[in-house]
Design a protein around this ligand. Structure first.
Ligand SMILES: [Fe+2]
Ligand SMILES: [Fe+2]
Length: 261
């Protein structure tokens, strides 16, 4: 079977691209399941229930998240009622929501999904992602051998380390957060598909999905400026993982990119 994984969805343009492109991609690549990182979907930061409702029927089965998960103040009250949104598993256990779950693909196969954040160069403190990954795998693997991990982190070294740590246990360890797709996709010997970063669903004419000028201003002058999302000229970055559903082992990984016409 195949699973499509989509990088950080940024703002209104990102949501529009998901609505318009994902169904076709799922058909084209014959994917039975789709995970997307949604942490920037609401105006560039966080989630809202209405944004998620907009994406109902888009083809995305599960939304993972990251450091921006709580950017919208209403979302902590909403997440519990949304069955398919994961907050980072290695945030405090006192936080609302859950960090992993088992979902069903269109072919009936159970798919475990885990959302984790890194600790290197990340502003938000979090618990150890490796220990959290162990706990999640211990719960998920007795239920299904197919487990997809979103490791939302900045440092390529930490991401590769997580991929190697879960090699032979996870079907795929795919990175998000930098909004820039990396060209290092491979299947490790243990049958784990890996890519440091899947990229984003955001504007090509941008800095990580934001308008270029204010970001330049901040870098050049050091003065604060508001970073507006650029909603035009969207590219969707994703990755398709091919796997043996009986064993959970990945057999292939392929990057995909599609521009919103
Ligand atoms: Fe992001
Ligand atoms: Fe992030």
């Amino acid at each position: 079977m195949r699973i499509l994984f989509i990088g950080d969805i940024v703002g209104k343009g990102g949501r529009q691209a998901v609505r318009q492109l994902v169904r076709d991609l799922l058909r084209e690549y014959r994917c039975e399941f789709c995970v997307a990182n949604g942490e920037n979907m609401a105006g560039g930061g966080g989630f809202t229930k209405s944004c998620l409702l907009e994406l109902e029927g888009s083809g995305v089965d599960v939304f993972t998240s990251g450091d921006h998960v709580w950017d919208r103040k209403e979302f902590p009250d909403e997440i519990e009622s949304l069955g398919n949104v994961l907050r980072p598993a290695n945030y405090s256990p006192s936080q609302p929501g859950r960090g992993h779950g088992v979902f069903e693909a269109s072919n009936g196969v159970k798919v475990g999904v885990v959302s984790l954040v890194g600790r290197v160069f990340m502003a938000q403190p979090s618990d150890c992602p490796f220990a959290a990954a162990d706990r999640a795998m211990d719960e998920l693997l007795p239920v299904t051998p197919v487990v997809v991990v979103d490791f939302h982190a900045e440092a390529t070294s930490e991401k590769i380390a997580m991929g190697r740590y879960l090699s032979g246990r996870a079907t795929a360890v795919l990175g998000t957060h930098t909004h820039v797709a990396t060209a290092d996709e491979q299947v490790f010997k243990g049958g784990t598909a890996f890519q440091c970063d899947v990229g984003m669903v955001g504007a090509r004419e941008s800095v990580l999905g934001r308008e270029i000028e204010p970001v330049l201003q901040r870098f050049v002058t050091g003065m604060p400026s508001r970073f507006e999302v650029n909603d035009a000229g969207i590219r969707l970055n994703g990755t398709v993982v091919e796997l043996d559903a009986a064993t959970g082992r990945a057999v292939g990984i392929e990057r995909v990119a599609r521009d919103l016409p």
